[in-house]
Design a protein around this ligand. Structure first.
Ligand code: GLN
Length: 241
């Protein structure tokens, strides 16, 4: 089986090791014999909803988000929106997550329009949230990572968070929620990078992508080699904010 991952703005939205999420998905697919092609989608590159199975957009400073915004609203928007509508799995981290919502209003300058894939909006706050984060998902599982953002994200009515904050600040430091999940679309503030230390979340995304392309009868083989990932997860779970 084969999967294609579209990496949005690899040269612009790439802070705090977020490309580690791509490496984790690539390797976890390879361990199951699934061949993953990673395609960079920089400024000017359109997104083909028939080609991609997963889209990834990483974090970035405000200046980088401003730089790519016109392209995101231009050549990228239609393909990304159609991809999302067809069930493509998408993961947005921090700045990328913010642009999956309706808009991001930085400290300086105008609102940056988002893709409105997630009913959420973000405004820059006066405090920078920096530190370790752990959250609990609705199924009781935990997710760990690291946050560094001044943006405060507010989810629309009924939008499910990725989880509720156990340690750290999360979306806005006040409503106790972190991230957002809408169908196959995942947004989160968790850098780290996220997926290497959260193997169950990585496999959840991989399974959704595989089943969308090859059918819901497909399963992912368990990985006995997950010991290091799980050790890293447990270690990070003990970190203070
Ligand atoms: N520039 C955005 C903020 O400060 C996103 C930062 C990031 O991607 N780490 O909130």
């Amino acid at each position: 089986m084969k999967l294609t991952l579209g990496h949005l703005y690899p040269d612009h939205l790439n802070i705090y090791g977020d490309r580690g999420n791509i490496l984790a998905l690539y390797q976890r697919a390879a361990w199951r014999g699934i061949e993953m092609t990673v395609k960079g989608l920089g400024p000017g590159d359109p997104v083909d909803p028939d080609e991609v199975d997963i889209l990834f957009i990483g974090g970035g400073q405000d200046t980088q988000q401003v730089k790519i915004c016109a392209d995101l609203q231009g050549v990228k928007q239609k393909g990304i929106v159609e991809s999302a509508a067809s069930g493509v799995v998408m993961l947005g981290i921090c700045g990328g997550y913010q642009l999956m919502g309706h808009y991001y209003k930085p400290h300086d300058g105008d609102k940056l329009p988002g893709l409105s894939l997630i009913d959420a909006y973000t405004v820059a706050g006066s405090k920078r949230f920096i530190g370790n984060v752990s959250i609990r998902r609705p199924d009781g599982s935990t997710v760990v990572g690291f946050e560094n953002h001044s943006g405060l994200t507010y989810l629309g009515e009924g939008v499910a968070p990725l989880g509720h904050v156990l340690t750290g600040y999360g979306n806005n430091g006040s409503d106790g929620m972190e991230g957002a999940v809408v169908g196959n679309l995942y947004g989160t503030y968790l850098h780290g990078s996220l997926l290497p230390k959260n193997p169950a979340l990585a496999d959840e995304m991989l399974l959704k992508a595989i089943q969308r392309r090859y059918g819901t009868h497909i399963a992912l083989a368990e990985l006995p080699e997950d010991t290091l990932e799980i050790k890293a997860h447990q270690k990070a779970l003990a970190f203070k904010a």
